[in-house]
Design a protein around this ligand. Structure first.
Ligand code: FAD
Length: 460
């Protein structure tokens, strides 16, 4: 628990209306999407970089931890105050500062909700592609810290591809600007890239300069179902090799499909093993042609059915299938271990078959879906945490799944980050020398280890 003098000083920095210390308030900031809970000693709601700077300077003097938090939608525990201390909630810093339609850039505060920003730029005929499925509630600051991706990453890349510059408060309290407001800029080390994806361990992001694109003129959405997963994978490869890069190329396996079918009736044919949700965007005429080509490719690869949405209502219906997965899976078991592995696209069938074998070996329920276009598959092991034996089996299965994925030339996390969830496994992918180099960077920027401690690297 914080001393009265620490509370007094924090109150002095942020104002009495912008600090919480009562347990019922602290509980609201003690968890994220991993459903793990760690109670902070205080939560503060600063309104600018200067206040955050004072908080971090104080943390260095007094020796307490500071944990930045956006919307708490992270899947790896990054915003959890595992060592107590103060949670810095960025929710009051939620302004879109400017949208520059001449230079196609925008400047935002970190607490801006991603979806709200997307809709604001779309109103001006512009486009901000990164679209994590949590976009209705997650924040741009959290996206930057996790380098969030989403269905559109296959064509448009991930958050790091849109961040031109940042204002950051370093763990020792200095406020710095990285990058530039221009598309090019190579002055000094690329600290922007270092910060994006650093999971709130190297600095607190207080302003973000983002690159925008013109809004595509048209989109076409379609659904293809297959009775053999390898046919679906072959269709994915053929689409890409025919030089069409869809803006979305999502995959669902049999278990995900049957869960969703019970949840939102899709009226799919029987014996469906795999489903692809595909979207193309661009100039209207090109989009029409690409949709027809993709339909042909799917049918040539033995798709049982291909549906092309004719209007906005049908588009919404097709997306509902993809968006219903998370709530639909919850009916299988109360808890979900959600791994966001990535493999080379051609290895998706091997990865899924291998994952299913591991799940079977450990008698676990498993469902897989995700971004087939970039090989990023969400592997879900459904468990009941109150069943200790099942949880232990799941832990063993996860390790074997990571071995499988690394053996296929993949990576253990495509977009959710390491946080605390994947911390025990980081050494399976990175060499000790690489981990030591990263720890040295952390040590130089945060010598007292006050910013988001206990994340990414297991204690030696
Ligand atoms: C239903 C659902 C669907 C999802 N779909 C996707 C998806 O498609 N793609 C994807 O990539 N992720 C997805 N996620 C995961 C999650 O939404 C993203 O990781 C998102 O970027 C987290 O944003 P947040 O604002 O909730 O951050 P939080 O969870 O609050 O924090 C995440 C990390 O960022 C740090 N952080 C937050 N703000 C700052 C800041 N201003 N400065 C420095 N560090 C900061 C925190 O300390 C923490 O380490 C999904 C989550 C859910 C629940």
């Amino acid at each position: 628990m914080f001393s009265k003098s620490i509370i007094k000083e924090l109150t002095h920095i942020v104002g009495k209306d912008n600090i919480r210390i009562d347990k019922e308030d602290l509980i609201c900031y003690s968890y994220d999407a991993t459903n793990q809970k760690f109670l902070p000693d205080a939560v503060v709601f600063p309104q600018n970089a200067s206040e955050i700077s004072l908080i971090l300077r104080m943390a260095n003097n007094e020796g307490f931890s500071v944990v930045p938090r956006g919307a708490g939608s992270g899947f790896s525990g990054g915003s959890l105050p595992v060592e107590g201390g103060v949670v810095v909630s960025l929710e009051r810093m939620n302004k879109i500062l400017r949208i520059d339609t001449d230079n196609l850039i925008a400047e935002v505060e970190p607490g801006v909700v991603t979806g709200e920003f997307q809709w604001a730029v779309e109103d001006l005929g512009l486009f901000y592609p990164p679209d994590p499925s949590s976009l209705k509630f997650c924040t741009i600051g959290g996206n930057v810290a996790e380098c969030a991706g989403g269905p559109r990453a296959v064509k448009y890349g991930v958050t790091k591809d849109y961040v031109l510059g940042l204002e950051i408060v370093l763990p020792t309290g200095e406020i710095i600007n990285t990058g530039a407001q221009t598309l090019k800029g190579v002055v000094g080390y690329d600290l922007t890239r270092l910060m994006v994806g650093s999971e709130g361990t190297l600095g607190i992001v207080t302003k973000i300069i983002l690159k925008l694109l013109p809004l595509p003129e048209a989109t076409k959405t379609m659904l293809a179902v297959f009775s053999d997963m390898r046919d679906a994978a072959a269709a994915v490869s053929r689409i890409i090799s025919s030089k069409i890069i869809p803006s979305t190329l999502e995959f669902m396996d049999k278990n995900s499909i049957s869960c969703v079918d019970d949840y939102v009736s899709m009226g799919l044919p029987a014996d469906v093993e795999a489903l692809l949700l595909i979207e193309v965007d661009g100039v209207k005429e090109l989009v029409e042609n690409q949709a027809e080509t993709i339909k042909k490719i799917c049918l040539d690869n033995r798709a049982k059915e291909v549906r092309i949405a004719g209007d906005k209502k049908e588009v919404k219906k097709l997306w509902q299938i993809r968006r219903a997965i998370s709530p639909a899976l919850a009916k299988l078991k109360p808890n979900k271990i959600n791994e966001d592995i990535v493999v080379p696209r051609s290895k998706i069938p091997d990865a899924i078959i291998g994952v299913r074998e591991i799940a079977k070996k450990y008698n676990l329920t498993n469902a897989n879906f995700g971004h087939a276009g970039d090989g990023n598959i969400h592997v879900n092991i459904m468990i009941d945490k109150s069943d200790k034996a099942e949880s232990e089996r799941a832990e063993k299965a996860v390790k074997e799944i990571f071995e499988l994925i690394l053996g296929l030339g993949g990576t253990i996390s495509g977009e959710h980050g390491i946080g605390i969830s994947k911390m025990p496994y980081i050494g399976m992918e990175l060499s000790q020398s690489a981990i030591d180099a990263m720890k040295k960077i952390k040590q130089v920027l945060d010598p007292k280890g006050v910013l988001n401690p206990g994340k990414i690297f297991p204690r030696s």
